[in-house]
Ligand binder design. Structure first.
Ligand SMILES: [Zn+2]
Length: 407
């Protein structure tokens, strides 16, 4: 056996034990051996390493079977830390989390309009360093930084292929930031990071086939098929917002006509409201036009505002029915800023799903509308790093080191 293989087997066993402690802990060494199929001696060797690294600690609270109470092992969630970032057009939202993706500290830094790539990278680095500083976390305990951003992201190569919001094309963001802050950086589409958080920590746990649809500034989608993330051949899959509903329809941000996004996103709602204002049907001062304002008026019972949201919901439902027909998922999570419209949007959406689904496939799919917040995005971005830590090394492209040098 090549020595490289032996090291790989050791890494796989370590990952197996670490995951059992994370998922089943507090757990005894005997149970880890039984569940993993490893010998008790191997388990003891690995766990003493994990304890020495402070990643795992001993708890004396197992149930006694007559004799001494067994010693149980649990994951030390505060042994290492991760930073999750949502990079937006005008701001950086960053959160420091523990290994359980619990948000401990957060900061928001503004970004100037149209600033270049190097200044954005510098702003990201300063945000990360500032957050670690404020939280009083030693840099050595920082495992990595995960960044979610809108656009077409090649997460394997760490390249932003296209971001209309930042006006970026082929920006190697991962390498640029890694070079600056000297810890691993992972980037992905912001909707994928959110989907990852649902899979690791949220209602997607243990569900093999589910979709996340986000509604807000744009319309995005994350895809989990057979328990695996699906990104497409070049990592650009899931552009649900740019599926065409009507080729004669309104202009979309992508330059084409009649994309789903051009009916459902916040800018689409603002556009429809603007048209209604011009017709004198909606009492909003043009300078105060916003999706929030439309929702507020609809809540006050304004018929035109309600019709706008209901139309958006109807088109969204059509799109979701198509997704159900293609994927037959057991769960669709709908989230994002657009959730604020509540039943005024999602009532018509559910009606349209019933109308356009095929052969009662919708019966198999639970649709959950999920409350949304900045923490969700940050936890999602942090999950980018966390899933690397806990995933078996055989799948790793680049291993993540959890070792902390003790000086
Ligand atoms: Zn489009």
């Amino acid at each position: 056996m090549r020595s490289g293989n032996r090291q790989l087997i050791r890494d796989i066993n370590r990952s197996l034990v670490l995951n059992l402690i994370k998922n089943r802990g507090p757990i005894s060494r005997t149970d880890i051996a039984r569940l993993s199929g490893l010998s008790l001696a191997t388990v003891s060797g690995i766990t003493s390493d994990l304890i020495a690294e402070n990643l795992v600690y001993e708890k004396e609270e197992g149930e006694s079977t007559g004799g001494r109470r067994p010693i149980l092992l649990a994951l030390n969630h505060r042994a290492r830390y991760v930073i999750g970032i949502k990079l937006m057009e005008h701001q950086i939202t960053a959160a420091l989390t523990d290994l359980n993706a619990a948000v401990l500290h957060r900061i928001t830094s503004p970004l100037e309009d149209g600033q270049d790539v190097s200044r954005t990278v510098e702003a990201l680095a300063e945000t990360v360093e500032g957050l670690a500083d404020r939280a009083g976390i030693e840099w050595e305990k920082m495992v990595g930084v995960g960044i979610g951003l809108a656009g077409v992201i090649d997460s394997v190569r760490g390249v932003c292929r296209y971001s209309p919001i930042l006006n970026w094309r082929h920006v190697p963001l991962r390498d640029l930031l890694e070079e600056r802050i000297q810890i691993p950086v992972y980037i992905d589409n912001d909707v994928n990071t959110l989907t990852m958080a649902e899979k690791l920590l949220g209602i997607g746990q243990g569900i093999d086939d589910f979709l996340t649809v986000t509604v807000g500034r744009g319309v995005g989608m994350g895809i989990v098929v057979n328990g695996q993330f699906y990104r497409g051949a070049r990592g650009a899959g899931g552009e649900f917002g740019h599926t065409v509903i009507d080729p004669e329809g309104p202009l979309c941000s992508c330059g084409k006509r009649g994309c789903l996004e051009a009916y459902v996103s916040d800018p689409a709602i603002v556009r429809m409201a603007q048209e209604a204002v011009q017709r004198g049907e909606l009492p909003i001062v043009p300078t105060e036009l916003s999706a929030e304002r439309v929702v507020a008026l609809a809540q006050e019972g304004n018929d035109t505002a309600r019709r706008i949201l209901s139309h958006a919901g109807h088109v969204l439902g059509m799109g979701i029915a198509n997704l159900i027909n293609v994927f037959n998922p057991s769960l669709i999570i709908v989230t994002g800023e657009g959730v604020r419209a509540g039943d005024m949007l999602f009532g018509p959406m559910r009606d349209a799903v019933q109308r356009y689904e095929f052969a009662n496939l919708a019966e198999d799919t639970e649709i959950v509308v999920q409350e949304w917040g900045d923490d969700a995005w940050a936890r999602g971005a942090a999950s980018l790093v966390l899933q690397e830590i806990f995933k078996p090394p055989v799948y790793e492209s680049e291993p993540v080191s959890l070792a902390v040098s003790v000086s």
